[in-house]
Design a protein around this ligand. Structure first.
Ligand SMILES: Nc1nc2c(c(=O)[nH]1)N[C@H]1C(S)=C(S)[C@@H](COP(=O)(O)OP(=O)(O)OC[C@H]3O[C@@H](n4cnc5c(N)ncnc54)[C@H](O)[C@@H]3O)O[C@H]1N2
Ligand code: MOO
Length: 406
């Protein structure tokens, strides 16, 4: 059976990066940059005041009791004169300053004369350059602001926009088809007959795809009927990735793999040495890569973390963010040996505090159908194959799901 790393590499080999598109900066939030973004101007464009007050020549500070006010620079305007000895100019936060203005005194430390033509400063310790943002302090023309492959968070959007980039080249959102099947499944809210359970995987995986920057394409849920599966699979040629859910195992009604082959598709591998998620398969139908997720909700979720999110990163060229990061945490309870050849992903509650660091507690019931345990789990503890029992207080590997916003 393949290891997780081998299976992930085989999935990458099936994938093709999406194309790119040019979109307005106002629409570019949460997208992945397809090109480096550069500064089209310098920011700030000039020396600017960071306070409301008066700008002076610092060298005049100790030589004058009263400074003559020779002008005012409201935001959006330019001061065209050059300050002479003993002169000052009224400034506001963001005012552009000429080069000889190298000290700003806050208005709280200034006393205007009655005729408002002069001002006296009561500030002992003013420094040269105080309350002045030098030209280009943030970035300079042609500076690299954001690299290709970065996720555009609101922080990135501020920088790209501030660098005067009205249009951004981004990766097209990958269209990810989601195909659920099973006679027992009814969508939330649909009439329920005896023997039915709710199709929770479809909403779960759709929300996971959206959260990861993809466009979920929810295909009509099917019954366990091979001909219907074949017909639907044959139509899927406009997707960047197809996820099937359920029917991946060995039961009489686990038809998805054979349906894929009969529809003209190909299975690259089936089964991996992990739990939950052992029956995962991957392949393709025409140009569309297919990942076959197991039907148990927890298995589908864990496989999505380990395989679907990295696949989306690969397709969009995202450099970091969706890869599950393996960290260390300290287990709070004794945990039995892993006597299997499977890498176990144990659902756990992780608590991070400055006093205790990363402490985690696995849930006792690790059944892969339990959505309630999954909801409470913010971490997956990696229990390696053939590992001895673990004592409380030992350091272990884990994946912090909150880092993936899951
Ligand atoms: N004899 C064996 N039986 C099973 C094996 C095995 O190796 N030998 N593997 C087990 C493992 S591990 C898993 S995981 C499951 C996966 O099976 P399938 O991928 O074939 O999934 P189904 O049989 O279709 O469903 C499993 C389980 O999940 C429920 N389910 C399915 N789809 C949904 C959905 N969209 N929303 C909510 N719940 C869903 C389904 O009702 C079943 O209860 O196989 C084991 N069996
Ligand atoms: O691997 Mo299954 O996914 O253990 O429930």
């Amino acid at each position: 059976m393949l290891s997780v790393a081998e299976a992930r590499q085989k999935i990458f080999d099936l994938l093709t990066p999406v194309t790119t598109e040019l979109i307005p900066i106002t629409m570019a939030g949460q997208r992945i940059t397809a090109q480096n973004i550069y500064a089209n101007l310098t920011h700030p464009p000039a020396h600017t005041s960071s306070m409301d007050g008066y700008a002076i020549r610092y060298k005049d500070k100790d030589h004058y009791n009263h400074f003559e006010i020779v002008g005012s620079i409201p935001a959006g305007s330019i001061f065209s004169k050059t300050l002479q000895a003993g002169q000052c100019v009224r400034v506001f936060t963001g005012s552009f300053l000429s080069h000889e203005c190298n000290c700003v005194i806050m208005q709280e430390n200034a006393e205007l004369s009655e005729d408002k033509k002069t001002v006296q400063f009561h500030e002992e310790n003013s420094q040269s350059g105080q309350f002045i943002r030098p030209q280009g302090m943030d970035f300079k023309l042609h500076d690299l602001l954001i690299e290709k492959g970065e996720l555009l968070t609101p922080r990135h959007i501020a920088l790209a926009a501030g660098g005067n980039n009205p249009w951004i080249e981004v990766s097209v959102k990958p269209r990810v088809g989601i195909l659920t099947s099973g006679n027992e499944l009814a969508m939330p809210g649909a009439p329920l007959s005896a023997g039915h359970i709710i199709n929770s995987n479809l909403p779960m995986i759709a929300s996971l795809i959206s959260a990861a920057g993809g466009e979920p394409v929810m295909l009509t849920p099917l019954q366990d009927k091979e001909e219907d599966l074949i017909a639907l699979l044959k139509q899927q040629n406009r997707l960047d990735l197809l996820l099937t859910l359920g029917g991946a195992s060995v039961g009489t009604y686990d038809l998805v793999k054979t349906a894929l082959e009969k529809a003209g598709g190909h299975i690259e591998f089936w089964r991996i040495a992990m739990r939950p998620g052992k029956p995962l398969f991957a392949g393709n139908i025409g140009s569309v890569p297919v990942i076959g997720l197991p039907g148990n909700p927890v298995s589908a979720f864990v496989c999505s973390v380990l395989f679907v999110l990295p696949a989306l990163s690969f397709i969009t060229g995202q450099k970091s963010g969706l890869e599950p990061l393996i960290e260390q945490g300290v287990i709070t309870v004794d945990w039995p040996a892993n006597n299997t050849s499977f890498l176990l992903h144990i659902r756990s509650q992780l608590d991070i505090s400055p006093q205790n660091g990363h402490l985690f507690t696995p849930f006792k019931n690790q059944d892969s159908s339990l959505m309630n345990v999954l909801k409470k789990s913010n971490a997956l503890f990696l229990h390696y194959p053939h590992h001895a029992p673990i004592k409380a207080g030992s350091a272990c590997s884990l994946i912090d799901l909150t880092r993936l916003h899951l």
